[in-house]
Design a protein around this ligand. Sequence first.
Ligand code: ZN
Length: 277
Amino acid sequence: MSAPDPSLLSLNTVTVKRQWNLAQAIDGCARHGIRGISAWRDQVAEMGIKNAVSSIRKHGLTVTGLCRGGFFTSKDWLDDNRRAIEEAHELQAQCLVLVVGGLPSGSKDLMAARRQIKDSIQAILPEARKAGVPLAIEPLHPMQAADRACVNTLEHALDLCDALGEDERSAQGALGVAVDVYHVWWDPKLEAQVKRAGKKRLLAYHICDWRVPTRDLLNDRAMMGDGVIDLPKIRAWVEGAGYTGFHEVEIFSELDWWKRDPDEVLATCKERHARCT
Ligand code: ZN
């Protein structure tokens, strides 16, 4: 496996969210020669979307995703997803990442939650298509099924894409998936499902590593190379399926990377992307 193209590195701003606001993260990417950025909506709101758009354009960065839409099992899902689609459109984001939501509070009805998720994606899909915003369903590790997303495998996400159809007019599908290695690395069907997704449905590729032991279900992701995920192998599968997009570093790390000098974090992302992925 040859080394990854360094120009395909993207920074998900959550990786330095404790240290930097969005304006600082944009400047940081520019300074470190990182060409892609993926932003979170609360940070965009804080900066102001007009300012965010102009700063991103000024530095010539590609917005590899907007995080996030989804949470279809919560009460205000429709308005919230409409706003998310508008924001993704304004930012010219390559996709709106959907973290689909878990069980409504008090419920044990997983089947109903999954039906609600499917119906909700179906409801917003026409608006997303009209706005030119591809929707990327991100399957989350099953440990997060209750509280964040009860779509937990790439196979399940692709079944949803199949069930909800796709826009035949566009080369890139209006509905696809975000493959985040943290969530799917363990899956015995991963290689086959990446192949099944193909170029059209692979809308985003998120990288980090799986720390052993994991000390927190959400906020203990490792830097590439510090864990047990065979990143070159998964990249080979993803690129073999036709994906040519960015490799987005997304690290939630309460105990380590959120405590470090953010310039050190970005420098390490670049070095590890080149050496370990
Ligand atoms: Zn992700």
